[in-house]
Design a protein around this ligand. Structure first.
Ligand code: IYR
Length: 226
């Protein structure tokens, strides 16, 4: 049986560097300025992107904290044109059902400023579809199910870090969640313990792309200091 680690195996904290107070403020401010320039885009250039950049960004996402450090994520990076075509076709079937029947009037109303519809050409245009799966459990060496904890929370954090890493690298992305998403497990041949959570569409924005005129809430609206 694999021996699990215990508190006796603790290591000193390395790599952490305390910044002088002024440097801390400057860094926090400039990171905010960087994040202010992040926008979701829905039109992508077909220009290829160096796969190494995607690998590095996924490695950054893989540094996310997770329940019991179980790292319950799998990033399936799709660049194959035929797979992208299949994903687009299946996603558009679900999206048509969403826009024509499933969505409530209230839901369609809040979506109106985004100008979305059932057509998803970005699923074929963008060089990469990073399909993010949750690993709900794993099988140990004896085939016994080991449950994972806080799975969606953990995978959500990793996705946030991936979005940030892609933006920092100068790429655009879109969080896309056609619903339901079972077709992704089927098309990509993923095992039963995995559930698709999101498609992160990644690449260069199409030249001249327009984005909706959206506001972000202010600090006072999103935070309380007690
Ligand atoms: N999945 C649909 C609808 C949609 C829903 C939400 I909430 C969004 O923020 C954006 C879109 C689509 O992708 O069009």
């Amino acid at each position: 049986m694999m021996m699990s680690k215990s508190r006796d195996d603790y290591l000193p904290l390395t790599g952490y560097e305390e910044l002088p107070a002024d440097a801390m403020l400057t860094r926090a401010q400039s990171f905010l300025e960087l994040m202010k320039t992040r926008r979701s885009v829905r039109s992508f250039s077909r220009r290829p992107v160096d796969r190494k950049v995607i690998e590095l960004c996924i490695q950054a996402a893989g540094r996310a904290p997770s329940g019991a450090n179980q790292q319950p994520w799998k990033f399936v990076v799709v660049s194959d044109a035929e797979l992208k075509r299949q994903i687009r076709q299946a996603a558009e079937v679900e999206e048509r059902a969403f826009y024509e029947e499933r969505a409530s009037d209230q839901w369609l109303e809040v979506l109106r400023p985004l100008g979305t519809d059932a057509e998803k050409p970005f699923l074929e245009d963008a060089p990469y579809l990073i399909v993010v799966f949750c690993e709900n459990y794993r099988l140990d060496e004896n085939g016994k199910k080991i449950k994972h904890y806080y799975v969606r929370d953990s995978v959500g954090i990793a996705i946030g870090m991936l979005i940030t890493a892609l933006h920092n690298a100068g790429l655009a992305c879109l969080t896309h969640t056609p619903s339901p998403m079972q077709f992704l497990r089927e098309i990509l041949g993923r095992p039963d313990n995995e559930t698709a959570l999101m498609i992160l569409v990644a690449g260069y924005p199409k030249k001249g792309v327009m984005v909706p005129d959206l506001d972000k809430k202010t600090l006072d609206e999103i935070a309380l200091f007690l």
